[in-house]
Design a binder for this molecule. Structure first.
Ligand code: FES
Length: 140
């Protein structure tokens, strides 16, 4: 499975996570090309259907990245997103899909290096898990 290159979708809020990604780029920090960023105004806008659609579209892993708790520009958007992510992780588990395929991260706009670390950390995790079971079901 060493040649497996996962497809990862990262839903990033525009204020912190996306700015951190931007900073990583400005600092010329490389992060895995497996990660495809989808810009959302706030993680509070994250809908569970976004993740399910991403899995359906071939993603092996999905993460939501927002502002640090207490610093969401829309007050509690990241707290609401955390609840949705946790709910969906539980549903994935009930479906027999590894819940680790969905995660939430919080970071500040100045954490370009942390953005890079998260991208590596999550990509490595998904590489260990292998292709998404949704893909396997499609192929059957
Ligand atoms: Fe970043 Fe709400 S504005 S999580």
């Amino acid at each position: 499975m060493s040649d497996f290159e996962p497809k990862i979708i990262a839903f990033c809020c525009q204020y912190c996570a996306y700015s951190a990604a931007d900073m990583a780029g400005s600092m010329r920090l490389q992060y895995p090309t497996n990660v495809e960023i989808v810009l959302i105004p706030c993680t509070g806008r994250f809908d569970m259907l976004f993740a399910l659609k991403a899995f359906e579209g071939g993603a092996d892993g999905v993460y939501v990245a927002g502002c640090l708790e207490g610093t969401c520009h829309f007050l509690d958007g990241n707290i609401r997103a955390k609840k949705r992510v946790n709910y969906l992780r539980n549903e994935l588990k009930n479906m027999g899909v590894e819940e680790e395929r969905l995660r939430m991260y919080n970071l500040s706009a100045s954490q370009g290096p942390r953005f890079m670390e998260i991208a590596y950390e999550f990509t490595d995790l998904i590489k260990q898990l292998g292709p998404s079971p949704f893909k396997k079901k499609d192929a059957a």
